[in-house]
Design a protein around this ligand. Structure first.
Ligand SMILES: NC(=O)c1ccc[n+]([C@@H]2O[C@H](COP(=O)([O-])OP(=O)(O)OC[C@H]3O[C@@H](n4cnc5c(N)ncnc54)[C@H](O)[C@@H]3O)[C@@H](O)[C@H]2O)c1
Ligand SMILES: [Zn+2]
Ligand SMILES: [Zn+2]
Length: 411
């Protein structure tokens, strides 16, 4: 007889037969067949399906979790329905988060329209900028406790075994599950999330203010790092007045970069300058955007870095024209069906780099959050109710959103 492990632990000693012990009122030793070679860990997904805790429901939870909740559900592309649905139950490596606030990202609009070449679940509950409190957790969860303030991100879970996960390139994991896309996300009052990918907040964190950091902040922070710019250099932020852009200006400013903000309209220009941009270029007014961006740098040679956030194709055609020789263009915005254009000759003789940047890993999240907690970045945001999500999408389609809309899930 093996000694009883301290908690819910799987013995690795047995080949083709494994032993699982659960402590608690239904404590027992169970044999389950494992089709894994000797010496290998088996995935938490396998446990999720077979673990006796799943069957007996052993997990910690707060006393008053309702059976039903409000959510915004996409049952048909382009249409959201505000309705009551059952509260889900977390698996072994998951938690149930009582989402207090959720930001609305332009990616949620792409998900609603289903306009990307990436299969989305239907029906789906969108949302991936969630901030809330853990109210229930699976038996294998050790990194958070009931009552902790946490954030739910686009990367809901990854395999942790593939070559990308092993290098902390988790966003490239072929088995990644995406919040609000391949899994139900944060446009609901109670959301199930993989514990390992949660962002963890200190108790004093303002959950409405931190919500946009979970995607907009993290993504643009990572994008700026990918631009390889250094303090004192120029970075052009394209789509600077939107959700990612307004936070991006502040990260860039805090990093000591000189920000050239590009967007459309006077109001966005004023907001960008207030947040730290040294120059604003209105793409709707400019007669020659490439020349104007170059002129905005002290020597007329263009910015060393360009961070493309706009959900339109045109900026992706223009950026290699104004980026400084040996500079870097980082593609982050994902306009449906768009292509990046770069003349081969210029790309070669001016040694231009063009790359993509896709959210960020857990360490990037911690770093992006640290800027927020030190008061270096603060997304300009307006709070509305979960029931008003449609109006945010309408504003977003018209490019009228300055900063972020954050939804109060109780309204
Ligand atoms: N790569 C990633 O990991 C990642 C993560 C989050 C969001 N995104 C994508 O980033 C894009 C932006 O997201 P958001 O939430 O900031 O959107 P948003 O709607 O809040 O902001 C987009 C901004 O782009 C501006 N814009 C439109 N056309 C422009 C043009 N021609 N030139 C300059 N600016 C222009 C709009 O006026 C708006 O201010 C979306 O496509 C979204 O899906 C990518
Ligand atoms: Zn992986
Ligand atoms: Zn997003």
């Amino acid at each position: 007889m093996l000694p009883s492990p301290p908690s819910c632990v799987v013995s690795k000693r047995v080949v083709f037969l494994s032993q699982v012990t659960c402590r608690g009122s239904l404590s027992r030793l169970v044999h389950i067949p494992i089709q894994q070679p000797k010496g290998r860990f088996y995935s938490s997904r396998y446990l999720h399906r077979t673990h006796p805790c799943t069957r007996f429901g052993i997990m910690s939870k707060a006393a008053d979790i309702p059976k039903e909740q409000w959510a915004q559900v996409t049952e048909k592309d382009g249409v959201i329905t505000y309705k009551k649905i059952p509260v889900p139950t977390p698996g072994h490596d998951e938690v149930l988060v009582n989402i207090k606030y959720s930001g609305v990202c332009h990616t949620d609009l792409h998900a609603l329209d289903n306009d990307w070449p990436l299969p989305r679940k239907t029906p789906v509950i969108g949302g991936h900028e969630g901030a809330g409190v853990v109210v229930q957790k699976g038996e294998l969860v050790t990194n958070v406790d009931i009552g902790d303030k946490v954030g739910v991100k686009w990367l809901m879970s990854t395999c942790f075994h593939c070559t990308f996960c092993q290098q902390a390139l988790e966003s490239l994991c072929p088995k990644a599950q995406l919040s609000g896309y391949t899994k139900d996300g944060t446009f609901q009052q109670y959301c199930v999330a993989n514990a390992a990918h949660l962002a963890r907040f200190p108790p004093q964190t303002d959950l409405s203010a931190v919500a946009p950091i979970m995607c907009a902040g993290l993504t643009v922070y990572k994008g700026l790092k990918e631009s390889d710019t250094r303090p004192g250099q120029y970075v052009a932020i394209v789509g600077a007045g939107g959700g990612l852009g307004t936070i991006g200006i502040q990260y860039a400013h805090a990093m000591g970069l000189n920000v050239i903000a590009i967007d459309g309209g006077k109001e966005k220009g004023e907001a960008c300058k207030k947040l730290g941009a040294s120059m604003y270029i209105d793409f709707k007014e400019s007669k020659d955007l490439v020349a104007d961006v170059k002129k905005a740098t002290h020597d007329g040679l263009g910015p060393q870095g360009v961070v493309l956030l706009a959900p339109q194709e045109q900026p992706f055609q223009q950026a290699t024209g104004y980026v400084r020789s040996h500079g870097t263009v980082v593609c982050i915005g994902m306009p449906a069906g768009a292509k990046v254009s770069m003349p081969v000759f210029d790309t070669v003789v001016r040694m231009i780099k063009v790359k993509g940047s896709y959210v960020g890993n857990r360490e990037d999240t911690a770093e992006a959050l640290d800027f927020f907690l030190r008061g270096k970045v603060h997304a300009p945001y307006k709070v509305i109710g979960l029931s008003q999500l449609q109006s945010v999408f309408d504003e977003m389609r018209a490019n009228r959103v300055i900063g972020r809309y954050v939804m109060d899930m109780s309204k």
